[in-house]
Design a protein around this ligand. Structure first.
Ligand SMILES: [Zn+2]
Ligand SMILES: [Zn+2]
Length: 389
């Protein structure tokens, strides 16, 4: 039985096996189901029973190409590494001294536990933990980035630093719980832009999961108008349901910059959050904002992008990059979701069992049946078996 010294458990309610199921990454694109010892929480950590995990475009980057994952200082292949970073679950064991959470509590988890010691961590920018490159990825420094530098959530159990936990409402489904971190990234984008004030105008470019939830968070913060641009009508329609006042299909719009300015009463908008990674998107964004406007870059571009620097300088435009979900933005995002200020589940399209992870990944990668957020659940098999008997 799982009983590490100093670790609190409640085996009657939450029995924990000594070994657990875990997918591991072999060669690029190859995942194999195996078993691993159930991990042990250390000081300031808990053991989370993973209940649901969403698949993110970044997981696909990691599984097929490697970066941004960094395992033992290099590519993540053939290192017994378990990916998956957008998970939620139930606290089932407490590391030594932990009393901030209780066994049985449902939580969403942030990806990054910074080292807590470097300059950026001390400023609340723990997703940019670096200390000159020394602490990022150093488990002994307390740093973890689930599914990037340490094992992630495509398994039955994972350890998490208590600073990465967000207690979620019992009215929130497991699937919705996996979206707290995505909404947290959207919140972080708007926080880093300076903190949106009600009545300011926002354009979001790219209706992927982060773009769609940025629309929702911006609207919940009081933005007016919220404009969403993209190429897929079905996703733009979801954007409307999440709060977009206007949507622009750029395939049918010869001059998207002019159209955004027209929709904003002939003026540039206050903020653009760039979530498309399209090669012309940064230049479009800096022309969409007004003088003194702010542009947040939230998408990983896969190539170098040309930028009209003279226009940025002449117009005092601010350009920000963000990484992940810093400054406890997930807690603010969860507060909106708890109050039902928007329905994040509109972007959840498919659910599979953990055993079906390769199918789930295919749905996410090839956008089968217009998939947006695909979720895998660890106990779906058992549940459906019970229902079928
Ligand atoms: Zn992600
Ligand atoms: Zn740090």
């Amino acid at each position: 039985m799982y009983a590490p010294p100093g670790v609190k458990t409640n085996h009657n309610e939450f029995p924990i096996p000594e070994r657990m199921r875990a997918w591991v990454l072999g060669a690029p694109g190859e995942l194999a189901m195996t078993t691993k010892p159930t991990p042990v929480p250390r000081r300031a950590e808990v053991l989370v029973r993973v209940d649901a995990v969403a698949i993110c475009a970044t997981d696909l980057d990691v599984i097929y190409h490697g970066p941004p994952a960094l395992i033992q200082g290099g590519l993540p292949f053939n290192k017994n590494f378990t990916p998956g970073h957008e998970y939620m679950g139930t606290v089932v064991a407490l590391g030594p001294g932990v009393d901030e959470y209780r066994i049985g509590q449902r939580v969403a988890v942030e990806i990054h536990a910074g080292c807590g010691q470097c300059k950026r961590c001390r400023e609340g920018m723990y997703t940019s933990c670096h200390n000159y490159g020394l602490n990022y990825g150093e488990v002994d420094k307390g740093h973890r980035a689930n599914g990037f530098t340490t094992d992630g959530g495509f398994c039955d159990y994972q350890v998490n630093n208590i600073n990465t936990l967000v207690a979620i409402s019992d009215t929130m489904s497991d699937e919705e719980g996996t979206l707290v971190v995505t909404a947290g990234t959207a919140m972080y984008a708007l926080t880093e832009l300076g903190g949106l004030v009600a009545g300011e105008s926002v354009c979001v470019t790219g209706p992927g999961p982060i773009g769609l939830l940025t629309v929702a968070v911006a609207k919940a913060l009081g933005a007016q108008p919220v404009i969403l641009t993209g190429t897929r009508d079905n996703r733009l329609e979801i954007g409307k349901k999440l709060g977009a006042d206007h949507v622009v299909n750029i395939r049918r719009t010869p001059d998207v910059v002019a159209e955004v300015r027209r929709l904003n009463g002939g003026k540039g908008v206050d903020y653009v959050v760039e979530c498309s990674a399209a090669s012309g998107a940064v230049n479009d964004a800096v022309h969409m904002v007004n003088r003194g406007g702010r542009v947040c870059l939230a998408a990983f571009a896969h190539e170098e992008v040309p930028v009209d620097v003279a226009h940025i300088v002449r117009n005092n435009i601010y350009l920000y990059g963000i990484r992940g979900e810093g400054r406890s933005a997930t807690h603010r995002a969860e507060a909106f979701m708890r109050q039902k200020r928007f329905d994040a589940t509109l972007i959840h399209t498919h659910t599979f069992s953990l055993d079906d992870l390769p199918t789930a990944i295919r749905y996410a990668k090839d956008r089968v049946e217009d998939a947006i957020k695909v979720v895998v659940k660890t106990r779906l098999n058992t549940a459906s078996k019970v229902a079928a008997e």
